[in-house]
Design a protein around this ligand. Structure first.
Ligand code: HEM
Length: 107
């Protein structure tokens, strides 16, 4: 498939439109989200997994039914809030409060 950004397809064969699964450590501090920054909030990311997943040849098996159809999360409002709350627990408070981590150029 032809897209402007082929992700790791630019680096290896048969991977056009595939993107690395990122670490979610401190994800609450690193908006905007996804490789192109398309989502401003974690709520938008969770809504994406709930109802907006699009079919794609590189879509991960976890996001498809065995017959290949896209599997939307279809989360309830409660589940969406729980997922966002979970993502917020991945924030390392020390990283944002400890003086030692305030300046990457200091020794
Ligand atoms: C409810 C389940 C999931 C949640 C809450 C979730 C959460 C997230 C979040 C917050 C990001 C953005 C990270 C960032 O931009 O720094 C992300 C990106 C990503 N996730 Fe998930 N994820 C879920 C399921 C999955 C599954 C099943 C896969 C398949 C292996 C997956 C693969 C990816 C990939 C490849 C990206 C990067 C996409 C890009 O750069 O455009 N995720 N996810």
């Amino acid at each position: 498939m032809e897209y402007e950004d082929q992700g790791i397809g630019n680096l290896q064969a048969n991977a056009n439109g595939e993107f690395i699964v990122p670490s979610l450590r401190n994800v609450a501090l690193t908006a905007p989200y996804m490789h192109d920054g398309r989502f401003q909030t974690l709520e938008e990311v969770v809504e994406h997994y709930s109802s907006q997943i699009k079919p794609h040849p590189q879509l991960h098996e976890f996001l498809k039914y065995p017959n290949g159809e896209v599997q939307q999360g279809n989360f309830t409002e409660y589940e969406k809030r729980a997922l966002v709350a979970f993502l917020n627990t991945l924030t390392d408070q020390l990283l944002i409060t400890d003086e030692r981590f305030s300046d990457p150029f200091s020794e």
